[in-house]
Write a protein that binds this ligand. Sequence first.
Ligand code: EPU
Length: 289
Amino acid sequence: MINIKDIRFEKNVNLSRFTTIRINVTGDIAIVSSKEALKNLLLHLKKIKVNYHMIGHGANQVLLNTEAKLFIKLDFPIGEEEINLKEIYLPASISLNRMTKMAKKYNLGGWEIFTGIPASLGGAIAMNAGTRLGEIKEIIKAVEVIDQAGDIFWLAKDELAFEYRGNKFLKTGDIIIGAKLIYKEIDPNIGMKIDDYLKYRMQTQPLNTKNCGCVFKNPSPDMPAGKIIDELGLKGLKYKSLTISELHGNFIENSGDASAEDFLTFVNEIKERVKRERGIEFEFEVKLI
Ligand code: EPU
């Protein structure tokens, strides 16, 4: 790899610490701390014809095929806690967790919708992440993107075609680098709303364990995958270091050094049991990379 200012390359390393489920897998990653560096990197990768994958904060994904691609993680400076409420701009690499702290500090009504989601802002926008309280799209005013050719541009609100847990506005290779955000109102009760929702999430989902969020899509709103797995008595089922969460059937927890193969073997076994016993074909909600 070439040297580029503001980029730290880690070659052939265990990438477990870059995903929330912490599966052991070896690969190459670039940690990029400026837009200029990202642009130079993308131009270089284009020249040498190497594919890349934005890893964000590693939520909602399991890395399986790590060969012949470079993982990219943004680590842009976030600046002081002071934000300009008239024009809120945040880099894509900021965590939603840190934004929740901002929401509490500035009483930003509407920002409770992403409570407890372990993602970066960029990842959350790409996925239109959400909870029972709403979707991230509700508080996004414009998105700053860099494309494969290294060109930086803004997408305005009316160009942001969000979908349920996805979008139609990013093309292959596009990377979100920042966003302008809005809030709905100054709401002095926001801290309480966030704490209440977090308490509820903690009671219903294993937020403090190594997992990738929900593994399977809900076959339909009235048939949640977690409930089906629960009804089949599979909660607590183990395979090597992996366990189906006792708290929520659609979460798989990694208690140690699970590999990508372990994960695949386990989820396929769960899929087969559900197919056999309930006649339902589960689809993955987690992104298998
Ligand atoms: N349920 C059970 N047993 C379980 C799990 C759930 O009976 O083990 C029942 C619950 O009691 C409830 C119903 O199933 O009546 C639905 O459960 P929950 O409210 O936990 O929601 P979900 O449909 O399982 C969805 C999203 C989650 C998101 C929550 C809350 C999907 C696949 N999952 O879960 O998203 O956090 O709603 O908004 O759409 C994720 O994106 O990674 C994720 C986990």
